[in-house]
Design a protein around this ligand. Structure first.
Ligand SMILES: [Zn+2]
Length: 161
């Protein structure tokens, strides 16, 4: 799912969880987890743009296996709204990605990606380049990202920088 989709879904989920648990903090945390979980793309972008090694699919936060420690945290905290919100937001993000991105059915398991050595060419269609194209579609994406990439690479300024 693209970033704006995650914002919409996470906002709805955050409001719902906040009302259901009577905890605005849990609702806010749910929103933050749902939106910012995609920050785990940054290492792949770094490898692609800075190290010129575009074949990694680490996405260390995109894994159903992470629900186990989250649920354990919830259990140990007597199902406090905060760990519940984190687990629900994480699961919702994964399910949105699972059903909107055309990937192998096991792609969102860390163990499957580890088995495939986290290599894009063995995992399928997701690529840092494709995700970067999605970021370019965000408001100000075309204006901000290319100059940032050039700057991180230590390249000279381009037109419009
Ligand atoms: Zn995602």
């Amino acid at each position: 799912m693209k970033p704006l989709g995650h914002v919409v879904v996470s906002a709805g989920l955050g409001v719902s969880l906040g009302l259901a648990t009577r905890s605005p903090t849990a609702g806010g945390v749910s929103l933050l987890v749902g939106v910012f979980m995609d920050l785990d793309h940054l290492p792949d972008y770094y490898r692609m743009f800075i190290q010129n090694r575009p074949n990694s699919n680490w996405l260390f936060l995109h894994g159903y296996e992470l629900l186990a420690p989250m649920l354990l945290w919830g259990y140990l905290a007597s199902w406090h709204p905060l760990p519940v919100a984190v687990a629900v937001a994480h699961l919702a993000h994964l399910l949105c990605d699972q059903f909107t991105n055309r990937m192998h059915p096991l792609y969102y398991f860390l163990s499957y990606r580890a088995w495939k050595r986290f290599r894009h060419d063995e995992l399928g269609s997701w690529s840092p380049q494709g995700a970067y194209a999605g970021l370019l579609s965000l408001p100000l994406g075309r204006r901000l990202l290319p100059p940032l990439v050039r700057r991180l690479r230590g390249e000279k300024k381009g037109p419009g920088d």
